[in-house]
Ligand binder design. Sequence first.
Ligand SMILES: [Zn+2]
Length: 311
Amino acid sequence: MTPTREVFAGIDVGGTTTQVVLVDEQLHPIAHATTRTPALEGGDAIVGAASALIDRLLADGLPVETALAGIGMGTAGVVDTANGRITVVSDSFAGWAGFDIRGTLQARYGAPTTVANDVNAFLAGEMTAGAGRGAQNALGITLGTGVGGALWLDGRLFGGAHGAAGEIGHTPGFGSLPCTCGERGHLETLAAGRSISGLYLSATGLVRTPAELSELAADGDAVAERIFRVAGEGVARAILIATALLDIETVVIGGGVSNAWPLLHPAIAEHLETEPPVRGTAPSIVRGTLGDSAVAQGAAALSFAVERARQ
Ligand SMILES: [Zn+2]
């Protein structure tokens, strides 16, 4: 009998796009596909769209002996990992919070299913297959519409008491501007894409995306330059806090705003030089290398880790 080859599916459910990647037992991606997320059509439709991608990838060109050994999903929102569902999510989704994601996927495929917050999945992807490979202790930061954070300690994700460890975006001490969460002075008010655009709007009256502002700054727009410098300094202070508390080796930064790396990285590095961590050396600051696939690959890696731990 031909030995069965095991693959793991990683799903990234974003507000607009759903991506599925299949990885082998070395966590190498072997196939991937994307589709629109039917975010307002409820949990059955959202999981159904992801399942259609999995079915297609399993049917397309994989050896017949291939068995789906596990499924991981990374999705926005507060995740109840113990029960495999989302408890709170933004209003860009409908019928998603409370939906039995794990039960639905396990019933369909008979494969153990793991559900994780998307920032946790991002960090798991980068630590197992991307920029953070080889490090045992890391902080992950995603600079997107908001600012997300996750922790990888002693070689695995660290969730904390409520699965919310590493939420560096909503730590106070970063000024006094109002944050999307209702508090003030959080890192997110300086370093999120929405904040960067908002700060430019306040200063100039002009509406510009973070990508446009990155180009303007590169062309010498002093206001845009200053906003990215302040964002980078804020990220650096967050890194100093995490380094003092957790003695991390590496910080992996992702999200759309990290496309402005030539502006952000010097601002972060300069601040870490002027105010070095008490241990003497700064952690290495790296940009994620998996791009849009990080969450899906990380979700697959988490599924792989859970499955191997069960054996
Ligand atoms: Zn906040």
